[in-house]
Write a protein of this length. Sequence first.
Length: 697
Amino acid sequence: MFNFLKKDQLSESEIYFGLVLKENEGIGMILKVDKRSKRLSVIKEHKIAFTDGWERLTEDVDQTLYELEKVTKTQTKKIIFFLYSHLIDQKSKKIEKPYLDKIKKITENLDLKAVGFIEYHEAIALYLEKKEEAPLTSIIIELDKPVITLFVYKGGELFFSESIAKTENLVSDMEILMSKINGEIILPSRIILYDSTRLISESEKIMAHKWDERLFIQIPRVEIMSADHLLQALIEAFSAQVFDDAQIEEVLEKDDSDLMGFIVSQDINDIKNAPQTKTIVEPSNPMIAPPNIILDSIAKRIKGVVINLKSMSGRLGQKKIYLLMSIAVIGIMIVLFCSSLYFFHTGSVTLFFDEVSEAKEFRIKGHLTNSGIVEGISIEEQSKTVEISDNIDTSGEKIIGEKASGIVAVYNKEKNEKTLKKGSVLVSTNGIKFALDDDIKVASASESLTSEGNILTVTGKNKVQITAADIGSKANLKKGEKLKIEDFSENIVFALVETDLTGGSEKSIKTVSKDDIAKLKEKINKKAVTENKISTPQDVNKKIINSLTSVTSILDTYSHEVGEEANSISLKTKVKLVFYVFNEEDLKKVIVNSLKSSISDDYEIISTNLAYSITSAKKEEGRFTFYLKTTAKLAKKIDKERLIESLLGTSVEESKSRLKENQKIKKIDINIQSPIPILQSRMPFFKEHIKISVKSI
């Protein structure tokens, strides 16, 4: 809603301070209003990074305004606020008190006069309606750092708005908000995002998400509102309020602390687009002027008549004046009654039928553009080169480690010397193998006679370094363990560990395998196909046939090679995509024509209620064949003109009775608006004031 104070007379040129406020940042602007040319321009703007949230907001704004006035060599005493919707109570249309207190502090401490505030989403809605010359039908997503707000516009009217705390999962937040609609309307497939640092990635997530078919008839398309277009929308909204005198009512200022002196002044668009939070409403008839505009006009005319009559007191007698005033009042009352009948007496009828759908599988032909073939829909070949990257965890495994080593003593029991070559194998009692690091000679055993007459045999002995054949800690043998030497009997030649063997270790590591390279390549190719988008505005209705897209690698750069130690491997590649696109509207026309023959004459197919999926496609020498699954929700055909004629001037009960003659109607909702109580239970007397809509249940 646009909220403004009573309008002041503008000088030929006037300066305003425009202040955009969000939760954690803002923008200050010096705005110049040229009354003669009726132009509003931005002289200078400056982004405000809040030093301590809203706690030091006044100081931050003061510094920004000072710098802007200094650079532009201007001074201003008036301020206009541009606010996000979660800062405003959507029911009362007042600024939430915590934020209002801070805004009051700005105006009081900086000696500024607040002329009003403008909500972002309504400025955007009016901007798009003016640009596209059509009532807006779209979902608008407003993203502030802590809050996400969803608005649903249909036919230029706001049907729904709601805010929740924002999480890292935008799609999940949207689903929570949409669940509050309770399936009462089919949502527009157009989604407009604004003000987030990750708009592109977030829009891709929205389009890639599989939405509940009860919410959207077709896959939603996402548009990003750029910062420049946002600013333009705000400026145009403010400009319209500043220059259109007819839109700003002369209302006495009320002492309302909650509005901080703001007076609501609504034009026709304000009333038509008034937010109805969490409520589903039928669009009003655009041919009927809003009641408050007409009533204000009549009230002004009454006031003018009374003033003119009083001015005649010097020329007419007092009785004649009272007579004329009585006649005037009676005439005005008659005009008011007739005006109530025509302008204010409106009715809407909603007829609910059982939902009927038609599902079918069939084949559609297509041809390549400029191929000389005219069979089926036209297919265009396109190509482009893109850079893309991705990664996966590695699946290869390798055992690495060190070999144990140490000193052993070799013993010889025979009476002749033994020679052991380098590399000779020694085996422990538990089967672990070792090898000599050097050649070694072991002296022969010797005998001597003891004093008791016994023969004492002394074995030959020599020390040598050995190393385990394999890695691992199992080869770390303890001192004294016995080793057998291959090619010798352990009763003749053997070895004992002289000191503990050390250094043996092992561990398992992740490595890159050939399968990892193949899987990553396959993943990259699929990603290139699924993320391929039609990005140009003129191709908004064109869709890609993903199954026919070919991917050719131009340059692959892997982070690791096969066999290298790594927990993951990434691939950055440049690929050429050759893909085929078709116009979705052309396809839908073919589908609708194909379905018409199989549905009853009592129903019609509306393209917006049509869903389809291409199960497979093939291309042969410029010809294409599509295999599709389609589902169409059918709309009941009714003669609205005849029904409206039959309802003119009837009571609500009589209207329902007449409508129930059609046994297929399951539910009837009638809503009548009139300032005269006796007309609130009777249908309007003019057919242009009755609106009939059809819905499914």
